[in-house]
Design a protein around this ligand. Structure first.
Ligand code: ARG
Length: 589
């Protein structure tokens, strides 16, 4: 049970009250879940909205109630006593508004400060999940499109891990397929002696890919050899397998450079891994009568989708879809994952739609989307350039991820060195901070958008130190840390001896927002919406700066100790948000 989740705690109280208000024994209405929504500040902090629904069900029956407002009154009166509540009231057609007790908020904060913020972690009804993310293709450059998958996927993995779910972070690398015939033949041509093959000699793999493609398209004899190479590779011939491994290894080194910089943990299980499982899986589906012939290919039709999912090509080969079927089977049956989350651009939505429909038909997944095991595709929009078109460099090449990160870092370094304070910093400190700020800015700019929409990549915007950016947030955090430092007090000591008080309106507003952390993470996690967490973090920073810190003097005031604890609680929550978003906090500016 998660003690940090205010909404759930309140729901429990309301459940008791609803049971008393409309006893299930009477069979008049099914038991209704307490539905708690955050309400506007005017009426209260939370609201229970069950009265209208209950009224609409019982109005035809014999009932002592005269209308929804009366039902709301009864719900309020039947609430068990709780130290969470300061006051309740009923508004309009039975909305029960709740004002949380200041004391209770203060005590929750104090407990969190002492026991650690992990006590506020959500509890999910699953033990293990697969997050399939990043997943670039071998021999093709990891570009800014893969950036979104990598960043968003890492955040989901972090949120799930925080919620006590074991996460298998899977890199479903495109390391199998017909392009390898061409690459291998080209490799043989360029390096007759396999000993000569290494990253330096091959150089940029993307260029290598392009050159081999030119060769493939222009020379029929080469093309034929390349096609045979695929067959020989898939037949397991040693020489071909070795060449394939060499090519994969070079790509892997390149990918790793990006992951290392962004501090992304991933375990590669590429397409090739699932290859041996394909025949068995297709056989199972065939026995279930799901696979049919279609223009020489073997396909699965999904309900409501016109084009079929091709699982065996007309040349007898397997493809992306057959691999994904085998991977899904493996994740459910071998890895026992209860939630499998895929991150790709929206362009692949139909592929996953058909895949999941097939899995449901096969009985691998339950028919409804609310129960586990569950498979979810998260499709995200394109990354656009200033011109509103797909993000490219001036020479219309794909933008390389490493260059982008370099630039983000160097720009934030320039900005940092313009500040007087940072001028005397040791070089190492400058490096560390500009990296945290630069990479953080790139990640945050991506995460704060609704994941489905396209987003325009703009360095000036994401590195602005005002507005909803990582720069602003990181500096806000650093400023809070410096308030605490400058007080000269030992905060661990203060935690133990001072009780938090929330007497000022703005102290209370800050406290309330802080205790809502847990429910926000849970919502962001369950609905896979990192932007919800970003919004919470930004609002936290605004409430701290514009309300609390503007109106409540901290250092030198009578309430200094309690207010320092509010600073500390804010900093802790901010740091946990940064952590979940994959951003490294800074402590000094
Ligand atoms: N390699 C694919 C691409 O770059 C993404 C793979 C996503 N994962 C999956 N299981 N299909 O488009």
């Amino acid at each position: 049970e998660n003690v940090g989740n205010v909404k759930r705690q309140l729901a429990k109280l309301f459940e008791v009250s609803l049971r008393a208000t409309v006893p299930t024994e009477t069979d008049i209405v099914p038991l209704v879940d307490a539905c708690i929504v955050k309400s506007g500040v005017r009426f209260g902090d939370y609201q229970c909205n069950n009265a209208m629904g209950i009224w609409s069900k019982i109005r035809g029956e014999q009932t002592e109630f005269r209308g929804p407002a009366a039902v709301g009154q009864a719900i309020m009166q039947n609430l068990p006593p709780s130290d969470m509540l300061e006051s309740c009231s009923v508004a309009g057609p039975g909305f029960v508004n709740v004002v949380l007790s200041r004391n209770w908020i203060a005590e929750s904060l104090q407990k969190m400060l002492i026991d650690g913020i992990d006590t506020w972690a959500p509890r999910l009804p699953i033990k293990r999940a697969v997050v399939d993310f990043s997943s670039p293709n071998i021999a093709k450059e990891m570009h800014v499109g893969h950036l979104r998958s990598t960043i968003i996927g890492d955040t989901f993995a972090r949120m799930l891990e925080f919620s006590h779910v074991e996460v298998l972070r899977r890199n479903h690398v495109g390391d199998w397929g017909t392009q390898f015939g061409m690459l291998i033949e080209f490799l043989f041509e360029k390096f007759p002696n396999p000993e000569d093959v290494n990253e330096a000699a091959i150089g940029d793999l993307q260029t290598f890919y392009k050159a081999s493609k030119v060769r493939f398209d222009s020379d029929p004899e080469f093309k034929q050899r390349a096609q045979q190479a695929v067959v020989r590779l898939q037949g397991g011939e040693d020489k071909y397998h070795k060449a394939w491994k060499q090519i994969c290894e070079i790509s892997r080194t390149e990918f790793h450079r990006v992951y290392e910089r962004l501090d992304i943990q991933l375990e590669e299980k590429g397409e090739s891994f699932y290859n041996p499982y394909i025949p068995g899986v297709l056989e199972e589906l065939n026995k279930k009568g799901m696979i049919e012939d279609n223009q020489g290919a073997r396909v699965i039709f999904a309900q409501g989708v016109k084009v079929p999912l091709i699982v065996v090509k007309s040349d007898g080969g397997y493809n992306y879809a057959s691999t994904d079927l085998a991977a899904l089977w493996y994740r459910l049956n071998e890895e026992k994952a209860e939630w499998i989350i895929y991150l790709t651009d929206v362009g692949q939505q139909q592929h996953f739609d058909m895949l999941f429909k097939a899995a449901k038909r096969a009985g691998w997944l339950p028919a409804d989307d609310d129960s586990y095991p569950k498979a979810t595709h998260v499709g995200f929009g394109l990354v656009l350039g200033e011109d509103g078109k797909r993000f490219r460099t001036r020479s219309s090449e794909v933008v390389r991820l490493v260059d982008l990160l370099d630039e983000a870092k160097s720009r934030s370094k320039t900005a940092l060195l313009e500040r007087d304070t940072a001028k005397e910093w040791p070089e190492e400190e400058v490096e560390k901070t500009s990296q945290a700020v630069g990479y953080g800015a790139v990640k945050y700019a991506d995460l704060k958008n609704n994941k489905l929409t396209n987003y325009t990549f703009n360095f000036d915007q994401m590195l602005n130190d005002k507005g909803n950016t990582a720069v602003y947030l990181l500096y806000a955090h650093a400023r809070i840390c410096s308030i605490i430092r400058k007080s000269g007090k030992d905060i661990e000591e203060v935690k133990r001896i001072t009780k938090i008080a929330l007497d000022h309106e703005d102290e209370r507003a800050l406290g309330l927002h802080l205790v809502q952390f847990s429910e926000v993470v849970e919502e962001a996690c369950i609905n896979l919406l990192p932007n919800v967490l970003c919004e919470y973090l930004y609002n936290l920073s605004e409430i701290f700066t514009k309300k609390f810190y503007s109106n409540c003097q901290v250092v030198g005031s009578a309430e200094e100790s309690s207010r320092l604890l509010l600073c500390e609680a804010t900093a802790s929550v901010m740091r946990k948000c940064f952590h979940l978003l994959g951003i490294v906090p800074v402590y000094k500016i």
